[in-house]
Design a binder for this molecule. Sequence first.
Ligand SMILES: Nc1ncnc2c1ncn2[C@@H]1O[C@H](COP(=O)(O)OP(=O)(O)OP(=O)(O)O)[C@@H](O)[C@H]1O
Ligand SMILES: [Mg+2]
Length: 369
Amino acid sequence: MADVKLVAMTKKFGDIVAVNDMNLEIKDKEFFILLGPTGAGKTTTLRLISGLEKPDNGEIFLDNTKVNDFSPAVRDVALVFQYYTLYPHYTVRQNLEFPLKSNIRKTPKKDIDRIIEKVSKILHIEHLLDRKTINLSGGEMQRVAIGRAIVRRPRVFLMDEPLSNLDAKLREEMRAELARLHLDLGSTFFYVTHDQVEAMSMGDRIGVLDEGVMKQIGTPDEVYNRPKNMFVAKFVGSPAINILESEIAGKKLVIGIRERAMECSLTDLQCKLVGTAKSKAVFLGIRPEDIIVSKEKKEINSFECSIYFKQSMGVEDILNLKVTDDIIFKAIAPPRLMANVGDRLYATFLMDRAHIFDAETEERLEKPK
Ligand SMILES: Nc1ncnc2c1ncn2[C@@H]1O[C@H](COP(=O)(O)OP(=O)(O)OP(=O)(O)O)[C@@H](O)[C@H]1O
Ligand SMILES: [Mg+2]
């Protein structure tokens, strides 16, 4: 059992509110991801949970026990950092043995050997056990660092961007291995990253943090398909969602304030959400994959545009499409469309997939629950 509960947790450094009134419940065995840009307060959150930092306000519970006054060692959580904190001149085996030989855990020698054998098998580092860590590759070192965290079977793993120093290919491999490790160990993972691909592909749930404030907590599907606000919509997804300044006029959405070049029909649901307001300033959020590009005009919500930039990604093309100087957006198109820069095409907005954000609050218009 190892659930984590944060109640109104706040941490300030002088004038900076690094973590602002955070409320969060993480279930036992969950793989929770804290996602946010640099400076959002992710590392501070981990340090607060581990006990390396004390909150100014709020309570921290591990398994329903309030741990605010407990030292890091008693909390029994393991931290894995972005930069491997290994002893460079010791062997991998010695690095792994170290946490087991601490004063708190005086593990018998034969148990140590058994644990190290098991952990090194899980992480595929058996062949490295007698090598000095200074000579290992980045990926190997990161595995050893994770190994050092798991040898003593902590209640909760706190991982602070453990893969950000690895090259793209290794990062992808390690993502899969960490996900598998989570299943094998059956422990609670609290994983910090600023990489939204990592968050989407690994987590059971994601918390999106900005300037110390939790902007949304949800499954990858919820965060991607039902973002609560414009920050979350923009932060999750690559290529990023298109945000277009617009105005509601009756049952229509007029995109582009100055030239009014595009008029979309709102769905019935969207009309209801907007209510009776005759006109309202909003932002339209539409993901590149929800804009269909074709050589023929479609019946509704279809606009003539020209390609002004094209990125070929192999499996798909990302087209930057321009309607007027003011209205430019990205769409994903299959390479078989054979479209090139300068070509004129039609872009059709799938309005039932679009999000409408209040221009003032930047919250998504949503049916009240
Ligand atoms: N010990 C400290 N003293 C003063 N300010 C700090 C301290 N630690 C963090 N901060 C500030 O608190 C804010 C949050 O920092 P934190 O390290 O938690 O961000 P982060 O989300 O981990 O960012 P990154 O992705 O860059 O690692 C930042 O503005 C940072 O400058
Ligand atoms: Mg950090």
